[in-house]
Design a protein around this ligand. Structure first.
Ligand code: URA
Length: 442
């Protein structure tokens, strides 16, 4: 087999066989296929697409490039939740406790953030002492004892995806449905979950800017999961503006804790209830979505989820007095209050630009080696649809280095549109894709 023949074939819009897909994935992973040929093939895939069988074969080839984690040491049905990446998305932090408090095992392997979207591990590391560096035995043992554990993805999990993702990132080939679906699902399937809930984001802060494209991505991933016998659902959710009111690391943990205390913004609470309820449904804890939402609300109201969260943080080395005083997690040297320059309705708060604003302050990393500042971030005082009067505070910016503020302010100003006309925020849940088909809700 020759790489050039595979490139020709895809360039001409033909369907690749399983053997050809295995050839280029293993060849690239083992450094027999050079970057220039893989780049050409990725661009051909980007333009000509892949059908369902090719996408499944691509996913399996990526899984086969590394280890498959065996979670059989953990009792019960393990349901994993994965988000395709958003700004202000702290749902994993709150959901873990909400679902574990319902006696469903949460065995979560998470990643770190790169670019304008943050990673769950970076956020939780804002709590001094917290570590996601656990052996598989300790990881499993903790889930069996307290229902929840959070580990880092090892380098041996789907290693071909890491290499491919890095190449896609610099060859403008990220936003292709087959490539995203196989990248996400290879990691989920190699992580050993029994059932999978996917949160597919759509809007300015997401890879899938367009709602129809997000449904198509959801369907591709649901087909892959169900195709290998793992019950998978995709919830299509909004990322036109940041989720909740905070963007950063410590400040997002603070907001997740507020949620567990029953003090969350409505969009974040609705999303957590919805995703959590699907996790309970797939784990066979409840039999309807309504029942699931009631159970999720119940563990907030009776304080059980907050207790579970404290135990989880303590077991992973975190100093728990930060949970009692979570405002310490975003205590910076300076706070800037950005105010409205005129009266009007908030029309736009572009999620991607706000993510970049937090990145500029030091909350994220553009390169893997960058140290992040866990305390900096933003706290929105207003969201799309709110009315402001000249001088009202729109956002509080928490920062530690004066030189970074100007650039951050420029990005925030660019993200914001004020108008005389009212515009309602989009609904947070756009719909659901299951093996039975799709249901649109917006
Ligand atoms: N997240 C992933 O893990 N892979 C992609 O390709 C896009 C988002």
């Amino acid at each position: 087999m020759k790489m050039i023949d595979i490139i020709y074939k895809k360039r001409n819009g033909e369907i690749l066989t399983k053997e050809e897909i295995n050839y280029f994935i293993h060849g690239y992973n083992e450094e027999r296929v050079p970057d220039y040929q893989m780049s050409a093939l990725l661009m051909a895939i980007y333009y000509k697409g892949m059908n369902k069988t090719e996408t499944v074969n691509l996913t399996n080839a990526i899984i086969d490039s590394g280890d498959i984690i065996d979670l059989s040491l953990i009792n019960g049905l393990k349901v994993d939740k994965h988000s395709t990446g958003g700004v202000g998305d702290k749902t994993t932090i709150a959901l873990g406790a909400l679902v574990a408090a319902n006696n469903v095992p949460v065995a979560k392997l998470s990643g770190r953030g790169l670019g304008h979207t943050g990673g769950t591990i970076d956020k939780l590391e804002a709590i001094p002492g917290f570590s996601a560096d656990l052996s598989i035995e300790k990881f499993a043992d903790q889930v069996n004892k307290i229902n929840i554990s959070l580990g880092g993805q090892t380098k041996d999990l789907a290693p071909a995806d890491k290499k491919l993702y890095a190449l896609r990132d610099v060859t403008a080939t990220i936003d292709n449905i087959s490539l995203i679906a196989s990248s996400v699902m290879s990691k989920k399937l190699a992580s050993g979950a029994d059932r999978i809930v996917l949160d597919v984001k759509t809007g300015s802060g997401a890879f899938m800017k367009d709602i129809d494209e997000a449904f198509a991505l959801g369907k591709a991933m649901v087909d892959i999961g169900n195709g290998v016998g793992k019950d998978t659902v995709a919830i299509i959710t909004d990322m036109e503006q940041p989720l909740g009111n905070t963007i950063g690391n410590g400040i997002e943990v603070w907001e997740a804790i507020q949620l567990l205390k029953g003090k969350a913004p409505e969009d974040l609470l609705e999303l957590c209830r919805y995703l959590g309820s699907y996790m309970l449904l797939l784990a066979e804890k409840v039999s309807t979505l309504e029942e699931g939402m009631k159970e999720i609300q119940e563990v907030i109201d009776n304080g059980k989820a907050l207790e579970v969260f404290k135990t989880f943080i303590k077991c992973q080395g975190g100093e728990i007095h930060y949970i009692d005083k979570p405002e310490l997690l975003y205590k910076t040297k300076y706070v800037y209050e950005y105010t409205a320059i005129k009266d009007g309705y908030i029309h736009q708060l572009d999620a991607e630009l706000i993510g970049k604003c937090a990145l500029t302050l030091g909350a994220g990393r553009l390169e893997k080696s960058t140290e992040i500042d866990h305390k900096v971030g933003l706290e929105l005082q207003k969201k799309i649809g709110n009315y402001v009067k000249k001088g009202d505070i729109i956002v509080k910016i928490y920062y530690n280095e004066k030189r970074k503020l100007d650039e951050a302010l420029k990005l925030f100003e660019k993200s914001l549109v004020l108008s005389d006309e009212f515009k309602a925020a989009r609904k947070i849940i756009h719909g659901v894709v299951t093996k039975e088909g799709e249901k649109r809700l917006s």
